[in-house]
Ligand binder design. Structure first.
Ligand code: GLY
Length: 336
């Protein structure tokens, strides 16, 4: 997973193209190329903009960008963006191809939220490839915020979504191998098995939106729901302030209403990265023993400034604007 730990400069235009969310490892890149200068915070104020968690955010951002660059709506952009990760059969933690729960069922959680604080979510949804689009239907076409389990599936089918087996042979094989052991404990959450995608965007009209989607922790208990579909935990935004999303162990994020807290800290004047850091430190203080517990937050304020922070090294996020495209390592509290 070395590539996750290294800053990738995928493309950049102009000398301001090296992105610096303070203390990020891209300083190494700057040192190796003196023509590139790190920016000082605030990192940027460029919109439209889209940011999303982990390396799979690179291709997801491009789908979002297709809409953003032509004046499209941020809500449509984040939906289109995270659908890419959901439909990626190689992705073991989101949508199709995700690791199953301990009973061998792939169960999905997702939510989406717009600039008017309208939101939709689904949880414990099975057999539907793109749960974020079901969440969007909940937002657009119901008076509710969240549908779960069979109710969510029935709703999706009624809206024309098609059933599909989401368990791919590679994930099934890994699950069977895990089942062979007598150890009932799910494997540690880390970059290898848990890469929820959270995406935040501001469009050319200044509208902010976010989406978050996951197949959850590998081999979780049947029925377990994490933070990703929970507004305030896996995702939150307030158009007066900005947006935040979370990745990592959902149980830890839920306990502090993680994404809502990040937004509230930005409201108090903290920069995005600093807000994420404070909430990560709060989680560490509450939980104490952080063995195998990774959590990361990504935040974007209404001005287009962004940043992230995680418990352990390895968390990164993808950025796309009209001039920049990059994968950025986040600062962290400790090393694995
Ligand atoms: N963060 C995703 C989950 O815990 O399910």
């Amino acid at each position: 997973m070395t590539d996750r730990r290294n800053f990738l400069r995928l493309s950049a235009l102009g000398t301001g193209a090296v992105l610096t969310a303070q203390a990020c490892s891209e300083h190494a890149l700057v040192e190796s190329n003196p023509t590139l200068q790190p920016e000082t915070a605030p990192a940027m104020k460029e919109t439209p903009i889209v940011v999303s968690t982990w390396k799979h955010g690179i291709t997801a951002n491009l789908a979002a960008w297709n809409l953003l660059q032509s004046g499209g709506y941020a809500l449509d952009a984040v939906e289109a963006g995270v659908r890419v990760a959901e439909s990626d059969v190689e992705n073991r933690s989101v949508g199709l191809g995700g690791y199953p729960d301990k009973e061998g069922k792939v169960t999905l959680d997702a939510c989406i939220m717009n600039e008017k604080s309208n939101c939709g979510a689904v949880a414990f949804l099975q057999d539907i490839e793109n749960p974020v689009s079901v969440a969007r239907k909940v937002l657009d076409e119901t008076p509710h915020v969240m549908l779960v389990g069979k109710g969510a599936l029935d709703f999706a089918l009624a809206k024309g979504f098609e059933k599909r087996n989401l368990l791919v042979p590679e994930a099934e094989e890994a699950w069977k191998k895990w089942m062979e052991g007598s150890n009932y404990t799910p494997p540690p959450i880390n970059t290898e098995n848990h890469d929820t995608i959270g995406m935040l965007a501001i469009d050319s009209s200044g509208r902010i939106s976010g989406a978050c989607t996951t197949s959850g922790a590998a081999y979780k208990m049947h029925g377990r729901v994490g933070d990703s579909p929970i507004i305030g935990a896996g995702l939150f935004l307030d158009s007066d302030v900005g947006a935040a999303c979370a990745t990592g162990l959902g149980e830890a994020v839920i306990r502090v209403s993680g994404s809502a807290m990040v937004v509230e800290l930005m409201r108090q004047g903290h920069a995005p990265e600093e807000a994420c850091k404070i909430v990560v430190e709060r989680i560490i203080n509450k939980l104490g023993d952080m063995t195998h517990i990774q959590v990361g937050f990504l935040a974007l304020n209404k001005h287009g400034e962004y940043g992230g922070y995680s418990v352990y090294n390895g968390f990164n996020f993808a950025l796309k604007t009209g001039t920049r495209e990059a994968l950025i390592d986040c600062p962290f509290n400790r090393k694995w």
